[in-house]
Design a protein around this ligand. Structure first.
Ligand SMILES: *[C@@H]1O[C@H](CO)[C@@H](O)[C@H](O)[C@H]1NC(C)=O
Length: 360
């Protein structure tokens, strides 16, 4: 949250001087409107850029739902529901595998869902692919790295390349039915959210808990209609909502071929919703007229990756240690080193012993 607030609080000079100036300058000049032509131009610029500079790799995919039962009902009973395309941007870090595992066990309860996991990485991560495959949820695993020119940016447009790659995938597959939802890997989702958004006609909205100073961000609803927004960071945003606070019908999105998302930290949601021509009266409030919180912006504390000092001669098949540290390394959690890191302590009966004591 802090990172996002910092991102949002600061105007980013490197972004302003980038080729995306048309879109990047808008909200900082205090104006609160942007012409349809501007939006269209920016979308075109963005799309052309994306195709060349940040190629997406398809790492793995499965359209088979191999779950036998979902919420105590056989899978076939859910066959007529519309599909939710759940787009999860993710990036390599110590917490990546645990977060995706936790999210997967939520999604396992959700019928008719296609999970698009887009990883901010140059190459496909086979460990991730095996993991995703194992859950039996239909999925698409993409490697969609953030363009190089943002790597040194003070506030990085994290997740944008990934969401754009997912939107491109939807376009390429000509998917014009179902519902699109952007679900980060570190949020908490109430299962009711999925039944609420599934019948989205155009754009549905709902409150997100644990956002910024108010602990909440979401629409203000009067007589069943959205009349404004409660969010502590306005900053000229017409749609001051969190990424997890809305869902879009794909048939509606298909009417807006310029739908896009800018590489502008803090303004991703606003510009995306502008790019699909959203108007206030179109919004469908969910969660009992936005009185329920069905999604939470929980965030895991990020820790640096660590090294454990452990001589490689002990990482063989005499014990579990070799396989365990291989897994930790594959998951990007920690690694073993002969010379670096905190010394591995193995103990028995309350006393630490050198590894040679156990493995000789
Ligand atoms: C939302 O509010 C409207 C108007 O008061 C009401 O008719 C409708 O039943 C409410 N919807 C829900 C799901 O509570």
């Amino acid at each position: 949250m802090l990172e996002k607030l910092l991102q949002r609080a600061k105007d980013n000079p490197s972004l302003l001087s980038s080729p995306l100036t048309t879109i990047a300058t808008y909200p900082t000049n205090g104006s609160s409107s942007v012409s349809a032509r501007d939006m269209q131009n920016s979308s075109n610029v963005l799309d052309n850029k994306l195709a060349n500079e940040s190629p997406t790799t398809l790492c793995g995919e499965s359209f088979n739902d191999t779950r036998l039962y979902i919420q105590d009902r056989p899978r076939q009973e859910w066959a007529n529901l519309s599909t939710i395309y759940f787009v999860t941007p993710t990036y390599p870090r110590r917490e990546q595998v645990p977060e995706l595992t936790r999210l997967a066990y939520t999604l396992l309860h959700v019928p008719r869902l296609h999970w698009i996991v887009a990883n901010d990485h140059n190459a496909c991560n086979p460990y991730l692919d095996t993991l995703l495959n194992r859950f039996g949820i239909p999925y698409t695993h993409l490697a969609s790295p953030m363009p190089q020119r943002f790597h040194k940016a003070e506030s990085k447009p994290r997740g944008v390349a990934n969401r754009r790659a997912a939107m491109q995938w939807l376009r390429q597959h000509n998917i014009t039915t179902g519902v699109l939802y952007f679900g980060d890997d570190d949020n908490t989702y109430d299962l009711k959210l999925f039944s609420e958004i599934r019948d989205t006609k155009h754009v549905s909205m709902f409150p997100v808990g644990l956002i910024a100073n108010y602990g909440i961000s979401g629409p203000v609803v009067c007589k069943g209609k959205v009349i404004g927004f409660l969010d502590s960071w306005v900053a000229g945003r017409r749609w001051p909502v969190d990424m997890a606070g809305f869902a879009v019908s794909l048939s509606y999105m298909a009417e807006h071929p310029n739908a896009s998302m800018p590489y502008k930290p803090g303004y991703e949601e606003d510009y995306f919703l502008r790019s699909i021509g959203l108007t206030l009266d179109m919004i469908e409030p969910k969660g009992s007229n936005c009185t329920e919180i069905l999604v939470w912006h929980t965030q895991t504390k990020n820790h640096e990756r660590t090294m454990v000092k452990l001589n490689h001669e002990y990482l063989d098949d005499r014990s579990n240690l070799g396989a365990l540290f291989k897994a930790l390394s594959d998951m990007g959690v920690s690694g073993a080193s002969d010379s670096e890191g905190q010394k591995a302590i193995i103990s028995k009966n309350g006393k630490s012993k050198p590894l040679g004591y156990f493995l000789s």
